[in-house]
Design a protein around this ligand. Structure first.
Ligand SMILES: N[C@@H](CCC[C@H](N)C(=O)O)C(=O)O
Length: 277
């Protein structure tokens, strides 16, 4: 038997979207199979979305299952894709997204981009989590000087002269799996773009590879850059390989993430049939 999906991407961070009501007996196994870029459809994860249209604005419960079968508590680009998917179905320009990291408001901007409130970033070691007595600012971990922040998920942020000169697939895994991170970490590197913004590359936990874009990573870079005095721009433009994201801050210091979302195509994936009695 098969279940239908819609494929969306936000600045190249791509997802299969499956309605949460669909019968998928093993979500982890389906993600491993369908996200494979050689033998499956190919994606950075599967978003299971439960739409609750009776609320104003409508609500969407989002669960991201990653290509290694793990569930991530939050995904900035995934939440932007979920918002567009829900807006397409309800004819609204605002929705609330329920994630394991909190409920976030998303709005369509006048130029058709999707903005999402990203909550409050934290440097608290317990909340990241990182096994450290104090906040980790520019400390060497596995050969890279990193600052640890949680923007819904953990990121080790490092500033380098030029992100394109870094062999990310080589330097990121020892940090991603370092013993000090009980739940692992994403690794985001950034270099200045000359006008207050940054070029971004992120190695993602759960994908276990570099992705074209990472929303929580873009916010992590902007938050850390402002905290370290590397920029005072607002918005901070952050450019991963897949496009351009903008990170803004409100009066309470909470970040919003803005960028384009595209609906690529629809299809069906095979799942195991329910066991016959
Ligand atoms: N691509 C995402 C982040 C997804 C979660 C991450 N891989 C993790 O396991 O922490 C984004 O856009 O934020």
């Amino acid at each position: 038997m098969t279940v239908p999906f819609q494929k969306y991407h936000g600045t190249g961070n791509d997802f299969l979207i499956i309605h949460a009501d669909e019968y998928v007996p093993d979500r982890g196994a389906l993600a491993e199979r369908a996200c494979d870029r050689d033998t499956g459809v190919g994606a950075d994860g599967i978003l299971y979305l439960a739409l609750e249209p009776k609320f104003n604005p409508p609500r969407v419960v989002m669960t991201l299952v990653q290509p290694d079968g793990s569930v991530a508590p939050m995904c900035g680009n995934g939440a932007r894709c979920a918002a567009e998917w829900a807006m397409d179905r309800t004819g609204t320009d605002s929705v609330m997204i329920d994630t394991q990291a909190g409920t976030l408001r998303a709005d369509r901007t006048d130029d058709g981009d999707i903005t999402i409130e990203m909550g409050t970033a934290t440097f608290d070691p317990e909340k990241i989590p990182v096994d450290a007595d104090n906040q980790v600012f520019e400390e060497e971990i596995e050969g890279l000087e990193v600052t640890m922040v949680n923007t819904g998920v953990p990121h080790a942020v490092a500033f380098v002269d030029d992100v394109d000169d870094v062999d990310l697939e080589a330097i990121a895994p020892p940090i991603r799996y370092a013993d000090v991170f009980p739940k692992g970490t994403n690794v985001s590197i950034a270099s200045p773009n000359g006008s207050g913004g940054f070029h971004q590359r992120t190695y993602e936990r759960g994908v276990e590879a570099e992705t074209e874009s990472c929303g929580t990573g873009a916010v992590a870079i902007a938050v850390v850059a402002r905290r370290l005095g590397r920029t005072d721009s607002d918005p901070v433009e952050v450019s991963p390989p897949g496009g351009v994201l903008r990170v803004s801050f409100n009066e309470r210091g909470n970040a919003t993430l803005t960028g384009p979302v595209e609906h690529e195509f629809d299809g069906e994936v095979a799942v195991e049939s329910p066991i016959e009695p």
